[in-house]
Write a protein that binds this ligand. Structure first.
Ligand SMILES: [Zn+2]
Length: 86
């Protein structure tokens, strides 16, 4: 069953809201695969939609190899950086 009420892109509704860029790395070192293994980050991707900016981390479990995407809502960080530049 696909959940289609989240702008068509799964994951954004469970995005982790960040207040500073360092929080993303802190979160990634804390988060664990359901099997208990650590995730290693295979890639990062920025995604902008509906006035919000997301930082998507593509991760893979170092124990079982399970791949996952972790969504960060960095809209607030972008807004802070933009307002500081003015
Ligand atoms: Zn795992």
């Amino acid at each position: 069953m696909e959940d289609s009420n989240d702008m068509g892109v799964p994951g954004f509704t469970k995005a982790v809201v960040l207040n500073s860029p360092e929080d993303a790395n802190a979160y990634l070192t804390r988060v664990r695969c359901p099997c208990g293994g650590n995730y290693s980050v295979a890639g990062r991707e920025l995604y902008c939609t509906y006035g919000c900016t997301y930082d998507i981390a593509h991760v893979a479990c170092t124990s079982c190899g399970e791949e996952s995407d972790i969504y960060f809502d960095i809209t607030r960080i972008i807004e802070q950086e933009t307002s500081q530049r003015k």
